[in-house]
Design a protein around this ligand. Structure first.
Ligand code: BGC
Length: 837
C-alpha cells in the first residue's frame, strides 16, 4: 500500500506544519460510502457509543460494529471460555498454539457476532508488580512480537479484527493516565515498539489501541510522533488507531495527530471540537475523511460491509475451543523447581494429598480488570486434582489464610451509622462535595445518605458533574458489643479513611472499584468517628463503607491451624497460592509479596511437611525469599482460565510433561530488578525515566554478569535434552542475507517431552553498546525418549540490526556475530561464529 506524506500549513495556534500520513489507496466502494455521509455523521462516527460499539448508518450501508475485550476470551454477550493468561501464552513459546488461541477466541467472538477483539496486549514486562503483566507477553520484544503475530493471524483469519494494545510503554498501572514513560529513542525502538511493529508489518493487524500514559511528555492518544510518523509512516499501518477507554485529553490534538477512533464515546473528538476546527481551518476534512476511510477499509477487508452479521451460518467448534485453552495451559505452566524429583507424583505411593491455599478453590481464572472473562463452571485446583487422583487418594482442602480484602457479605448494608445536625443525633451519613479531586475550597453541596453504598448517580445526582469531584463522608458508629470489627471500604476511584482522626486506610489513586479493610478492636458503647475522603476521576463511580463484628474463623490464625493439621496428615502438600482479581489487576500495581500472608503460610506448612509443591498464580515473579528453600516443587501456573487447572493436575501426576519456559527473568528480590530504580515515581513528578535503557530483563543480567533466581527462558522437564551439531549454512554473509541455523536436539531421558530451543545473537564489536545477546529465533520440538530431531531456525537480516539514534534508523554493522543455541538465557548449549560483510 502506498502512503502520502502530505505537508500543509495552518493559520492558527496549532503547530504550523503537520505531517499527516493519509491512507492513499482507499477503494472506490469505501470512497463512495464516505461521500454519502453528512459532516455530522462523519464526526459522530469517529467516537464510539455504548462503550463497545462503532456507530452504524444503515441509510449509508455502514454496519454497526461490536467490540469486546480481550485478550484472553470474549468478554461480551455472556459467558465464554477463559483462556490462560496471555503471559502463559508467551511461556509456551509456541507460535502454532498462539495461532490456535487467536483462532479459538475469534471463533467464539464470531458466534456472538462480535467483530473486533481488544487484544492482544504486548506491553513489555519491566517489573513484576505491574498490575497487568498477566495480560501481556513478557520481557522480550522478539518473543512478544512473534507470539502476538501468530495470535493476530489466527484471529483475523477467522474473520475477526484484532487490536494490538496498548501503544505504547504502558508498563505500570499506577497513575496510568497521567504518568509519562520517558526514555531515549533507541530504547523506545529496540524494546517497547518492536512487538507492535511486528503486529503491524508481519501480523497485518487491523487496529492499534493507544495507551493511557504519556510518552516523553505527550499523551499516547495524541502523540504525532508515534501515531503519524512511526505507526502510519514508517510502518505503513493501514488500519485504524483507537484510543484506550477514556484516555483522550484534547480532541483537536487527537484528531490532528492521528487518532482515528475515540472510545468509549466522543468525549473529546466530537462536534464541538471538530466542527469548529474544520471551520477555522485547524483541521481539514481530508484528515477527518482519512479516519473514516481507514475504519471502513478495515470493514471492507474483513467483509463486514457485505456481511455484517458474522455469526450467520457459523458453527462454533466447542471441542477446538476447550482443547486449545487446555493445551495452552499444558504448554505454558513452568516447572521452576523439582528437588529430589518429587514431581511427577508417584500416585501408587500416595494416600493423602492436602491442597492448601486460597487459590485452591474456587478457581481463580484470571487477574482483574477488563480482561477478566465471565466463564461458567471453571475447574478449581482441588477439583482437578481430585479428578485425576481417583478413588485411591484422599484430597483435602484448606484455604490456609483468610482472604484479607474479601469483605464479609452484607457489610455495606445495615451498618448503623449516624451523624449530628446542630448537636442532634440523626441516622445516616453526611456528605460534603467539592469541585476537583482534592477536597479543596468551599463545598459545592451537601447530602445525607441512610447507608454508605453509593454508585454513579447516587454520588453525582443532577447537581454534580460525573467526574473530577471529591467528597468527605462523616458518620459515627457505636458498637453494641465489644470485639474485633471489620471496617470495609470499596471505591472507584480513590479513598482514605480516618477513624477518630487517625488514618486507617489509604487508597488514594485512580482505580476501578477496589476493596480495602481495616480491622480494630472496638468497645461496646463507645462512639467512634469515621471520616471517609473520596474522589471520582472519571468513568464509573462508587463508594461504599460498612462495618461488622468479625465473624469467627475469619482470621489467618484460625485458618492456619487447620491447614497445618491437614499438612501433617498428608503425604504431599500442594500449596495453591498467589493473586486473584482483587489483588492483581488493571488499574493498580500489585504487591511483590504474596497477599494475605501466604508467604508465611507456605513457610509454616513446609515445616510441617517437607513434601510441598507450590503452585503459583501470578502475572510474574513474587517474593520467594522466605519460603522457596523449604519447598521441593514450584510450578508457575500464571492464571489458568476455565480449564487450565486440569493441565496443572496432569503435570502434577506426570500425565503431561511440563515444557513451558519463563518469558521473563525472575530476580531474587524486587530491588535487584534492573528497572527497580526507575520504576516508581518517587519524586511524584508524574514522570518515570527508563534509566535501564535497553538493558531490560536478561539483557541486564547478561551485561552485569549476574544471575537471577530463574533466568529468562528457563523451565524444567521430566526428561532431559541434549543439543548437538549447531551449524549455520555459511560462515561469511553479506549484510541483508538471512542466516540459516540448524542443530539437533535429542530426548536423553525416559519420557516423552517437548523442548523449546532458543537462538540468540550477539554482536562481538559494535559502535554502540549492545546487549551480550538477544533472542532472535526459537522453536519448540516434541521428542519421544531416545528420539533426535533437527531444528531449523532462520535469522532474518533484522536479527543483526540495532537502532541508531543519530540516523533514526535501524543499522547493521559488518563484523563478527555469535549465534547461541540455548535452553535458557543462561544455559548456552552451543555457539557458532559468523561474519557479516
Ligand atoms: C483497558 C483496555 C480495554 C478497555 C475496554 C481499558 O480500561 O485498558 O485494555 O480494552 O478498557 O474495556
Amino acid at each position: 500500500m502506498q502512503y502520502l506524506k502530505r505537508f500543509f500549513c495552518t493559520a492558527a495556534a496549532v503547530p504550523a506544519v503537520l505531517t499527516v500520513n493519509l491512507c492513499a489507496d482507499t477503494s472506490a466502494a469505501v470512497n463512495a460510502l464516505v461521500e454519502q455521509m453528512s459532516l455530522e455523521q462523519k464526526i459522530d462516527f469517529i467516537g464510539g457509543h455504548e462503550a463497545f460499539y462503532i456507530r452504524g448508518y444503515a441509510d449509508c450501508g455502514i454496519p454497526e460494529i461490536h467490540m469486546a475485550d480481550g485478550p484472553v476470551g470474549v468478554r461480551e454477550n455472556g459467558a465464554s471460555m477463559a483462556y490462560p493468561a496471555a503471559i502463559n501464552l508467551a511461556a509456551t513459546w509456541d507460535r502454532d498454539l498462539a495461532y490456535a488461541t487467536g483462532k479459538a477466541i475469534a471463533s467464539e467472538a464470531r458466534s456472538k457476532n462480535i467483530h473486533m477483539m481488544l487484544g492482544p496486549g504486548m506491553n513489555i514486562y519491566r517489573m513484576p508488580v505491574c498490575g497487568r503483566n498477566f495480560e501481556y507477553l513478557g520481557e522480550d520484544p522478539y518473543l512478544a512480537g512473534q507470539q502476538a503475530v501468530s495470535y493476530i493471524h489466527g484471529m483475523q483469519n477467522e474473520g475477526v479484527i484484532a487490536c494490538a494494545k496498548h501503544f505504547v510503554a504502558n508498563n505500570q498501572e499506577f497513575e496510568r493516565n497521567h504518568c509519562s514513560s520517558d526514555m531515549d529513542e533507541r530504547t523506545l525502538h529496540e524494546i517497547y515498539l518492536p512487538a507492535f511493529k511486528a503486529s503491524v508489518i508481519e501480523g497485518g493487524v487491523g487496529s492499534v489501541m493507544t495507551s493511557y500514559n504519556l510518552i516523553n511528555g505527550v499523551h499516547a492518544s495524541q502523540n504525532a510522533y508515534l501515531i503519524q510518523d512511526v505507526l502510519k509512516g514508517e510502518w505503513g499501518f493501514d488500519g485504524f488507531a483507537v484510543s484506550d477507554w477514556v484516555s483522550t485529553y484534547d480532541g483537536l490534538a487527537c484528531a490532528q495527530n492521528g487518532l482515528d477512533l475515540e472510545m468509549p464515546s466522543a468525549e473529546m473528538m466530537n462536534r464541538d471540537t471538530i466542527l469548529s476546527a474544520l471551520e477555522n481551518g485547524t483541521l481539514t476534512e481530508s484528515v477527518l475523511n482519512d479516519k473514516i476511510e481507514r475504519i471502513l477499509s478495515v470493514y471492507e477487508r474483513f467483509g463486514l460491509l457485505e456481511h455484517p452479521d458474522i455469526s450467520k451460518g457459523y458453527t462454533l467448534d466447542n471441542e477446538f475451543v476447550t482443547e486449545t485453552a487446555l493445551q495452552a495451559a499444558r504448554e505454558g505452566i513452568v516447572l521452576l523447581k523439582n528437588e529430589g524429583q518429587l514431581l511427577p507424583l508417584k500416585a501408587d505411593k500416595i494416600h493423602k494429598i492436602a491442597v492448601i491455599g486460597p487459590n485452591g478453590s474456587p478457581a481463580i481464572t484470571g487477574g482483574g480488570g477488563s480482561s477478566l472473562v465471565e466463564t461458567s463452571t471453571p475447574i478449581s485446583v482441588v477439583d482437578a486434582i481430585r479428578k485425576l487422583a481417583g478413588n485411591g487418594i484422599e484430597v483435602t482442602y484448606n484455604p490456609g489464610v483468610f482472604g484479607e480484602t474479601i469483605l464479609p457479605a452484607g457489610i455495606f448494608e445495615g451498618a448503623k451509622f449516624y451523624h449530628y445536625e446542630n448537636g442532634v443525633q440523626k441516622p445516616g451519613v453526611e456528605a460534603a462535595y467539592y469541585a476537583g479531586k482534592e477536597l479543596s475550597g468551599e463545598p459545592t453541596g451537601y447530602k445525607v445518605y441512610t447507608n454508605l453504598n453509593l454508585r454513579d448517580a447516587d454520588i453525582w445526582g443532577a447537581e454534580l458533574p460525573e467526574k473530577d469531584i471529591s467528597a468527605r463522608y462523616k458518620c459515627c458508629f457505636t458498637p453494641e458489643a465489644s470485639g474485633n470489627y471489620v471496617i470495609g471500604v470499596s471505591g472507584d476511584d480513590g479513598y482514605r479513611l480516618f477513624v477518630d482522626g487517625v488514618q486507617a486506610l489509604e487508597e488514594w489513586r485512580n482505580q476501578s472499584e477496589r476493596e480495602a479493610k481495616y480491622e480494630a478492636y472496638l468497645e461496646a458503647g463507645r462512639e467512634y468517628h469515621f471520616e471517609l475522603e473520596y474522589y471520582q476521576a472519571g468513568g464509573g463511580a462508587s463508594i461504599r463503607m460498612g462495618t461488622m463484628q468479625k465473624p469467627k474463623g475469619m482470621s489467618n490464625e484460625d485458618c492456619l491451624q487447620e491447614a497445618l493439621a491437614a499438612a501433617k496428615a498428608a503425604d504431599i502438600v500442594v500449596l495453591a497460592v498467589g493473586f486473584n482479581p482483587k489483588t492483581e489487576g488493571e488499574g493498580f500495581d500489585r504487591s511483590y509479596e504474596l497477599p494475605y500472608g501466604q508467604g508465611q503460610l507456605i513457610e509454616a506448612v513446609a515445616k510441617e511437611n517437607p513434601n510441598c509443591v507450590v503452585v503459583l498464580n501470578a502475572g510474574g515473579n513474587v517474593a520467594m525469599e522466605g519460603w522457596i528453600d523449604g519447598c521441593k516443587g514450584l510450578l508457575h501456573a500464571w492464571y489458568p482460565g476455565s480449564v487450565g487447572n486440569q493441565a496443572l493436575a496432569e503435570i502434577l501426576f506426570g500425565k503431561t510433561n511440563p515444557s513451558g519456559k519463563l518469558p521473563v527473568s525472575f530476580a531474587y528480590t524486587m530491588e535487584e530488578n534492573p528497572c527497580y530504580a526507575s520504576y516508581f515515581d518517587t519524586d511524584n513528578d508524574l514522570k518515570v525515566f527508563y534509566r535501564e535503557g535497553i538493558f531490560v530483563g536478561y539483557r541486564y543480567w547478561d551485561e552485569s554478569e549476574t544471575t537471577p533466581r530463574y533466568p529468562f527462558g528457563y523451565g524444567l522437564s521430566y526428561t532431559s535434552f541434549d543439543y548437538a551439531a549447531l551449524q549455520t549454512d555459511k560462515t561469511e554473509y553479506s549484510i541483508g542475507e538471512p542466516v540459516e541455523v540448524s542443530l539437533t536436539v535429542s530426548n536423553s531421558g525416559a519420557v516423552n517431552g517437548a523442548e523449546v530451543v532458543e537462538i540468540y545473537v550477539g554482536d562481538t564489536v559494535s559502535s554502540l553498546p549492545r546487549p551480550v545477546k538477544e533472542l532472535k529465533g526459537y522453536d519448540r520440538v516434541e521428542l519421544n525418549p531416545g528420539e533426535t530431531k533437527t531444528v531449523h531456525v532462520t535469522l532474518v537480516p533484522e536479527a543483526f540490526a540495532f537502532y541508531n539514534p543519530e540516523t533514526h534508523a535501524w543499522e547493521t554493522e559488518p563484523g563478527e556475530f555469535v549465534i547461541y543455541a540455548a535452553a535458557s538465557s543462561q544455559d548456552i548449549r552451543g555457539q557458532k561464529i559468523i561474519h557479516l560483510n
